[in-house]
Design a protein around this ligand. Sequence first.
Ligand SMILES: *Cc1c(COP(=O)(O)O)cnc(C)c1O
Ligand SMILES: [Zn+2]
Length: 416
Amino acid sequence: MPETKFTGYRCSICGEEYPPLDQIYTCPRDGGNLDVVLPSLRIRRELSPERLAASTEPSLWRYLPLLPVGDPLSWGTPLRAAGWTPVYQPPLLARRLGLERLWIKDDGRNPSASFKDRASAVVVARAREIGAERVVTASTGNAGAALACMAAAAGQPATIFAPRTAPPAKIAQLLVFGAQVILVDGTYDEAFDLTVQAAQEFGWYCRNTGYNPFTAEGKKTAALEIWEQVLLPNRFERPLCVFVSVGDGNIISGIHKGFKDLLNLGWIEQLPRIIGVQAEGSAAVANAFHAGGERITPVAAQTLADSIAVDLPRDGVRAVRAARETGGTYLTVSDAEILQAIAAMGPAGIFSEPAGAAAYAGLVKALGLGLVTGADPVLVLITGSGLKDVRAAMQAVHEAPVIEPNLAAVKRLLNI
Ligand SMILES: *Cc1c(COP(=O)(O)O)cnc(C)c1O
Ligand SMILES: [Zn+2]
């Protein structure tokens, strides 16, 4: 077996450890999500925060020493360009919310325009290493677009199962990137189960969110970037509050993992508070959090934020822990609040798809409830570009007036 950059997997439920085999997804005993275990002692010996921060690599591959895969070496392709997304400090929004320190991290700026590129880049790198013939994923749209994009860059055959109701822009991306696209006349959850069956039957490598352990490893790079972009240059007297929207719960789990890796390395002293935000109509993780346990009861998901419409979150237990173990919490927001958040961020130059805007709507709610105060440093993660779902965006704004093409009509309209 070739040398791996990780020492194995650990079940998040029973703690059982497994060797770094080619294809293991969830714990064979209890179905628990597996954490990838890194050789942290060796990393600590060989790496320093200064060395890492000195990297000139403008992508998530600047964190290669902390990732369980090798360098994909396909320079200049989208696979190489995922991550290292910008953070903004929009004065308009900070003032309006009464916050002293507000950062927005825009992951809509990834090659396929969503956070999912982080996971797909690392999974495709892994697929190449184990010589996978074909990678398959279920997706509400973004995970598929990200896999299709990264697979195209690497010359890796890919198949995507998505609900036929996915927004047209996302389906267009899948097709343009040249993946095999199969639309399922059913929900995301049905597509998920079908994908697992197909992967087993045909020997495909399955990328499914909250199933493949490498997705969280890709997603943790957002936490490493928040550390470099916001925590390192600032000295906070209180923990940073990070707002993340939650569907399957894999982004929030990945971010938790990233901050825990930093804590284990001794590079941060305390974990940021991680605050998960779900749509009211798709709140299985928030329900479990507020019930006080870890039991995830499925819901019949109903929200216009398609990227977080999930009946049974596949990474729910770790998602509950991400908030519970960091002094965070879970909030739910209505579709109307999500649309308001799209409209609120636009005038600051930020265009988010509904699922990303949910995180901002959560911040508005947390301030209203006093869970976060004006003195707390806050970061909101925008997980997908507004161009992903133009239909929802149009619901968030007024229609533009239509006039005759002459100046008189302009004057009439503007009353001048
Ligand atoms: C997938 C996704 C989420 C939620 O991530 P989970 O891992 O499913 O919790 C949020 N926003 C966008 C834009 C997404 O694509
Ligand atoms: Zn287990």
